[in-house]
Write a protein that binds this ligand. Structure first.
Ligand code: SF4
Length: 138
């Protein structure tokens, strides 16, 4: 079972192998592969830093405890109708995304994220709405 904070549920949709460091990318790619290949993998929703934040490099500004990141987590969970502490599978999460999210939600919920301008997260939401799995990342 993986422990994930709210906004990382969206980040996984747009993940294309980019990240803050090699260690961060390896960890996220492993998780992404696991969820793609086994959507029945269980996830527990946590408050604050999670198993992806654990690999955030020491060199950069540590933003994982910033208020605006907590607010982003809360906004994502609210949109999906989920609460901290809940456990569900990745495929449950994909179903909720199909029911409750549209690509333009990324522009609102993730307004302050530096990765947003790549457009991959909106693309990732659209792919789930189209019934596709997470995109393969090599
Ligand atoms: S815009 Fe940023 S916070 Fe939002 S899903 Fe993409 S990478 Fe994650």
């Amino acid at each position: 079972m993986y422990m994930l904070r709210g906004h990382h549920l969206f980040c996984l949709l747009g993940y294309r192998g980019m990240g803050y460091s090699q260690e961060y990318v390896e960890n996220m790619t492993y998780l992404h592969h696991t969820l793609r290949n086994n959507p029945k993998t269980r996830i527990q929703l946590v408050k604050g830093p999670d198993q992806l934040c654990e690999k955030y490099p020491n060199s950069g500004e540590y933003h994982c405890q910033n208020d605006n990141i907590y607010e982003r987590d809360a906004a994502v969970l609210e949109k999906l109708g989920l609460t901290i502490g809940q456990t569900l599978t990745w495929s449950d999460i994909e179903s909720l995304i199909q029911k409750s999210i549209v690509p333009s939600d990324i522009q609102v919920v993730c307004e302050s994220c530096s990765w947003r301008s790549y457009g991959v997260c909106e693309e990732g939401v659209q792919e789930i709405l189209d019934g596709k799995r997470l995109r393969e990342v090599k």
